[in-house]
Design a binder for this molecule. Structure first.
Ligand code: NIG
Ligand code: FE
Length: 411
């Protein structure tokens, strides 16, 4: 099957020498071709170039993109979309003055979601997660990482991971799964959380590995949640079973999470609202992608992660949605792109790299998605008629996506 998208006003995010990630100054580099065509063969990008150089060829399908821009699909490297209930009552409590930590201490927050999620059947959770996935797909997301973490018991965590496996099997989106058994400390383990850590290590991880359910292992390493020692023990156990670390760090405090993540070669350390110079130093020269979650900082009114300082220090930066019911009830990557520019002062080029190639790297798939490059999956969207690609972050709140293509097929 050969498809051509022709008369593209501007084809954005092209790479002729594909990189696995972009860091420092490279983040400002975004390849584009004006008045372009894009050829897809068997679901992959076969070639692209300027319309004037398109020779005589035959195609099974022609798509006319006159006046429209084509961009690589967003890659969302941090989500928790398998959950049962929304948490708008806690949202109101927060407006009235309670902090996220205070709500968690009284058994709300993650434990509130865990209770409802434990009561839901696998099929119900699948249907709810499918709807969320379908919604983000329609607004431009083409690859996504999904965590467990609202189970917090062996059976419940397995149930969530089986839902993610079913999503992988049934969705055209590229999906990676992440086992986050260490997301919260169940009430019955309060005061002796090391016993819960033992349960994660001795029972959950072997069962998850046995069914091949997780690509990554995650820990919420932060003040009031899991300690650096808990994190190190859990990551070591996961690594033994072939799961690469990808962790939550430094949301509430300078927790040591970045250092422990880098030590265990995490593919990413995520959140990073609390960053000192030592954290930035420690990331230099590592394979770990610092990942900022603008939706969470926005929703919880947290300090902003120092994205510019990181880029100026030569680091790569990725930005993902953190779609979850407690701290970021939206998976809208177009909005994350806008926040990257408006709140974190990334240029549109940096912001586009942060939400496509670098997030693809943060889930280990930047060799197959995240840019327009020959041989990569044909995952892209065609915009509505817009004046320029800078309009994408500029017109925040507006859906600019008109047509979606994943693996070369239109959805
Ligand atoms: O990434 N920080 C930890 N986990 C989630 C929030 C989970 C929740 O509140 O339900 C996050 O923000
Ligand atoms: Fe998260």
């Amino acid at each position: 099957m050969r498809t051509i998208v022709k008369n593209i006003k501007e084809l954005v995010g092209v790479e002729s020498a594909p990189q696995l990630r972009k860091q420092g100054k490279e983040m400002a580099v975004l390849g584009t071709v004006k008045d372009a065509y894009l050829v897809i063969e068997d679901g992959k990008i076969k070639e692209f170039g300027e319309m004037k150089n398109l020779g005589e060829q035959t195609f099974d399908r022609e798509v006319d993109a006159t006046g429209r821009t084509v961009l690589p699909s967003f890659c969302d490297s941090h989500t928790h979309i398998v959950y049962a209930n929304s948490r708008e009552h806690e949202f109101v409590d927060k407006i009235r003055g309670l902090s996220y930590e205070e709500i968690a201490k009284r058994g709300g927050g993650i434990l509130n979601s865990a209770k409802a999620t434990a009561a839901a059947s696998e099929d119900e959770l699948y249907d709810m997660a499918w709807q969320r996935l379908d919604e983000v797909m329609s607004i431009g997301t083409g690859a996504i990482e999904i965590k467990s973490g609202y189970g917090l018991s062996t059976e419940s965590e397995l149930k969530l991971l089986r839902v993610i496996r079913r999503l992988k099997e049934s969705s055209p989106i590229t999906i990676k799964s992440n086992f986050l058994g260490a997301h919260g400390i169940p009430m019955e383990y309060r005061g002796h959380q090391e016993d819960y850590v033992d349960l994660v290590i001795n029972e959950m991880i072997p069962r998850v590995a046995d069914e091949g359910l997780a690509d990554f292992i995650d820990v919420f390493c932060d003040k009031g949640f899991f300690t650096v020692d808990d994190t190190a023990r859990i990551l070591e156990a996961g690594i033994k079973y072939g799961m690469r670390p990808k962790i939550h760090a430094n949301e509430m405090a300078v927790s040591g999470g970045v250092q422990v993540g880098v030590k265990y070669n995490a593919i990413s350390v995520d959140h990073l609202e609390q960053m000192g110079d030592a954290e930035i130093e420690c990331l230099k020269g590592s394979e770990t992608m610092p990942t900022i979650l603008p939706g969470c900082a926005f929703f919880l009114n947290l300090p902003l992660s120092p994205a510019r300082r990181m880029i100026e220090a030569g680091l790569p930066v990725a930005m993902a949605s953190d779609y979850n019911p407690g701290t970021s009830p939206s998976g809208n990557m177009q909005l994350i792109l806008s926040m990257a520019c408006i709140r974190y002062r990334l240029t549109p080029e940096e912001a586009l790299n942060a939400t496509t190639l670098n997030t693809a790297y943060a889930m280990g798939v930047s060799g197959e998605v995240g840019s327009i490059a020959v041989g990569k999956k044909a995952n892209f969207y065609i915009t509505k008629p817009i004046p320029s690609y800078e309009y994408m972050p500029y017109a925040y709140g507006e859906n600019k996506v008109e047509r979606i293509f994943l693996n070369g097929m239109e959805f």
